[in-house]
Write a protein that binds this ligand. Structure first.
Ligand SMILES: N[C@@H](CCC(=O)N[C@@H](CS)C(=O)NCC(=O)O)C(=O)O
Length: 241
């Protein structure tokens, strides 16, 4: 059976990592049997979570995880989509993972009080120097990516443009490419849920909560794929919106 390695539930979310939630929802959509187990980045083949073990094979990176199980088990999470819808799906994933994700990281790691009540937990009882060095590494990554050179307000403004584009694209549709759920819905849901969690009160979250259709979408997807998390998550998101 496929094993999906995760961080485990945290901060009102099934997992703090949007990439883990994406892979988990995609595996649920695939209908394949799988189970989850907790792990940590140093144990992962590419030093990042999620990864899977399928028989003797280890695969890191959520996109390669999906590619692996679609190819090996003859699954197509985008079945029925036109070439244009598949193109839209891919671009939605890139906006979520290569733009919104970094705003999420900025809000969680770059804002001192959010770091203290959030990612600091990853360092357990390690000495303060180790914790601060770990934070500095992530801030370096943010600097390299570019967002680290901006103020929080500027980053929230950029993320807001992505939320606006996604809200316009989604419109009144149930799913991002229209009537049918596809692989990118897992990615979109996961990326939005990671921002929407009430654990972190940030302008990035405020920018998302301005879009009732994105909020309703995230709540619907949470109810469908993680029913035990849905009541608390939905209530907190609705109250804040
Ligand atoms: N491209 C990867 C990204 C995964 C990723 O960034 N995982 C983060 C958690 S959200 C991680 O494990 N970071 C640990 C590290 O960089 O040391 C994917 O799609 O799986």
């Amino acid at each position: 059976m496929i094993v999906l390695y995760t961080f485990g539930a945290l901060w009102g979310l099934p997992d703090p990592s949007p990439f883990v939630m994406k892979s988990e929802v995609q595996l649920k959509l695939s209908g394949l049997e799988f189970r989850t187990e907790k792990s940590r980045p140093p144990e992962a083949p590419k030093g990042k979570i999620p990864y899977i073990q399928d028989a003797s094979v280890l695969i890191g990176d959520s996109t390669f995880i999906r590619e692996h199980f679609e190819r090996k088990y003859g699954v197509d999470l985008d079945a029925g989509l036109t070439a244009q819808q598949r193109a839209t799906a891919w671009m939605v994933e890139r906006v979520v993972e290569d733009h919104i994700y970094w705003a999420t990281i900025y809000a969680r790691w770059g804002v001192r009080e959010n770091f203290d009540k959030g990612p600091a937990i990853f360092f357990g009882g390690a000495p303060a120097e180790v914790r601060e060095a770990g934070r500095a590494k992530v801030l370096d990554n943010l600097h390299g990516q570019g967002f680290g050179r901006h103020s929080l307000a500027e980053v929230a403004g950029l993320a807001g443009r992505s939320f606006q584009a996604l809200a316009d694209l989604l419109g009144d549709n149930p799913y991002i490419t229209g009537e049918t759920i596809c692989g990118a819905d897992a990615t979109l849901f996961a990326g939005l849920a990671a921002v929407a969690t009430p654990h972190f009160d940030t302008p990035v979250r405020d920018a998302l909560l301005q879009h009732p259709n994105l909020v309703a979408y995230t709540r619907r997807m949470m109810a469908r794929f993680y029913p035990t998390f849905a009541p608390a998550f939905g209530q907190a998101v609705t109250e804040a919106a």
